[in-house]
Design a protein around this ligand. Structure first.
Ligand code: NAD
Length: 523
């Protein structure tokens, strides 16, 4: 299951392109690693790795570039983002090839990343000026105290991004950081480094000053600590276990951090749901990028009265999915990305089956298609004690459960340490929204799986519980990259007793003033 098949030269990326992209990495001081295309086993690149000296160089250059960039008006900064938006869409075929080659995912799921970057670039470009404008809140003494709140970029932001959504997760954190006046040092996963380097290449062609967005290359466990040791803020996307390490390292340095970690995301199909629509979208929500998506659905709670219909349609839709690898839209589901991913998937399914669960669809690896293909799998009869009941699979495996009412559905949905994403289906939208509000998750989609909330770039996205902390997207996803600075100017009179006034009279005057302000409901 994990051995590479015959090499397929057609899967290779053009050598000059790889060379050009690698020129954006500050790397070479440590021994290179070989990277292979998951879908075909073909070698993609000898990837240079960064030494500590390389990381020093990247941060020093980023700091130099950032000092200039912070002085560039926001209006000019976001013009770069607008051009980047256009470039990503115009050159989508090139980046889709790279994403597919590095991850093994299907083109339709790679395109989700292009779309994600476009909506985030558009949002940041449109919102940054307003979000970074100087605010003038009321001073302690109206008129006499003039207050302004300014925004200072953090400095150099480290973006440590994983391999599953390599374009979206590298670029969509970098864009708001850059708009806010920061430099960025990316540490993409080795498996998907070329995708991140393409984003840097495109950003520079869109007008981003050279040096402002740097990349260093290396395994997280090898260089993650060195990156965090030099950063002013760190964004991390990956597992909850590694998230704890990142938080410890950032906490030690008292720098801010934002973590987006795993999920064991539930879908609730209420008794009045449009079952056909739910069963159609569930396929996308569960199996996008072969389930290697933090937001993807792994548990579905279906009301007894619609259970048979929903499950029948969902199983039918799932069985019709086409699996394969091609650099076009001819297949719906691609490969998993690593041997360890397919091993986890197989272990979760085999454990469940051995303990009495039933496979309704899929349930087997497809080495005939490539080393890491696994069929989209639906399990029924999953119970506590089976690994898949509680643990995130991060693969194409979902369990369906029968429930008898909204309360039971909500209770079971919330029976998890995670809290990233959820989905609720019901024709009565007010009722479905009320159910959604009771689910402990950072985003809940009503009559959608994950794209409604995730794609709404003006709204924050992030997790509760062990799914992380901090937010990306929306005002929160940009303001995390700035520190506020309050400048208060006292005019005419000091905040002290007037000449000849005793401290006791001053205290009485203030007491009176506070009472009036409260009565007037002033801030
Ligand atoms: P992982 O946490 O081991 O690796 C994720 C990324 O973190 C990799 O790029 C890795 O190089 C990096 N990393 C690892 N240790 C690091 C360290 N000490 N410092 C800095 N970076 C470090 O996860 P994995 O095994 O590759 O993926 C499987 C699990 O990760 C899944 O269970 C899933 O929950 C989670 N995951 C989540 C997302 C997401 O989008 N939220 C993405 C990828 C993985």
């Amino acid at each position: 299951m994990t051995t590479a098949p015959e090499l397929a030269p057609a899967a290779a990326l053009p050598f000059p392109l790889v060379e050009r992209l690698l020129s954006h990495a500050v790397a070479g001081g440590a021994p290179a690693v070989e990277v292979y295309a998951p879908a075909t086993g073909h070698k993609i690149a000898e990837l240079p790795q960064s030494s500590v000296a390389d990381i020093d160089t990247a941060f020093a250059a980023a700091r130099r570039a950032q000092r200039e960039w912070a002085r560039v008006p926001v209006r000019e900064r976001v013009a770069v983002l607008r051009r980047f938006h256009d470039l990503v869409l115009a050159e989508q075929d090139a980046i889709l090839d790279i994403v597919q080659t590095e991850t093994g995912k299907s083109r339709v799921h790679a395109f989700d990343e292009v779309a994600d970057v476009a909506v985030n670039a558009r949002y940041c470009a449109a919102a940054a000026e307003r979000l970074l404008a100087v605010r003038r809140p009321r001073g302690v003494l109206p008129v006499l105290t003039r207050v302004e709140v300014r925004h200072r970029p953090k400095g150099v932001v480290a973006v440590i991004s994983p391999w599953n959504y390599p374009l979206a997760l590298a670029a969509s954190d970098a864009l708001p950081a850059l708009a806010a006046g920061n430099a960025v040092v990316s540490r993409p996963d080795n498996q998907t480094a070329l995708t991140a380097l393409w984003a840097i290449d495109a950003a520079e062609r869109a007008g981003l000053p050279k040096g402002l967005w740097q990349a260093v290359l290396g395994r997280g466990s090898a260089i993650g600590g060195e990156v965090i040791a030099r950063a002013d803020f760190v964004d991390y996307t990956g597992s909850s276990a590694t998230g704890r390490t990142i938080a410890r390292q950032a906490g030690e340095r008292l720098i801010g951090y934002s973590l987006e970690l795993g999920g064991k995301n539930p879908m609730l199909v209420l008794d009045d749901a449009d079952v056909r629509a739910a069963a159609k979208i569930a396929v996308r929500a569960c199996f996008a990028s072969a389930g290697q998506l933090c937001e993807s659905i792994e548990r579905i709670y279906v009301h007894d009265s619609v259970y048979e219909r929903f499950v029948g349609e969902f199983v039918n839709n799932t069985r019709q999915l086409t699996l394969g690898s091609a650099l076009d839209y001819s297949y719906q589901i691609g490969s998993l990305t690593f041997a360890r991913q397919i091993d986890t998937v197989a272990a979760h399914v085999d454990d469940a089956v051995a303990k009495g669960a039933t496979v309704l669809a899929g349930g087997r690896a497809r080495p005939d298609l490539g080393p890491y293909f696994y069929e989209p799998t639906i399990l029924e009869g999953v119970r506590p004690g089976m690994t898949v009941y509680r643990e995130e699979t991060f693969g194409p495996v979902v369990s369906v459960y029968r429930v008898h009412g909204d309360d039971e559905a909500v209770e079971r949905a919330n029976d998890t340490a995670y809290g990233l994403n959820a989905s609720v289906w019901g024709r009565d939208r007010a009722r479905a929204r009320a159910v959604a509000a009771r689910i402990a998750a950072g985003s809940v989609n009503v009559n959608e799986g994950f794209i409604a909330a995730w794609g709404s770039a003006a709204a924050p996205s992030g997790g509760l519980g062990i799914s992380g902390g901090g937010r990306r997207h929306g005002p929160e996803g940009l303001r995390k990259y700035i520190d506020t600075q309050t400048i208060a100017v006292q005019r005419a009179l000091p905040i002290a007793p007037l000449p000849g006034m005793s401290e006791a009279v001053w205290a009485k005057t203030l007491t009176l003033y506070f009472g009036v302000m409260k009565a007037l409901r002033q801030q």
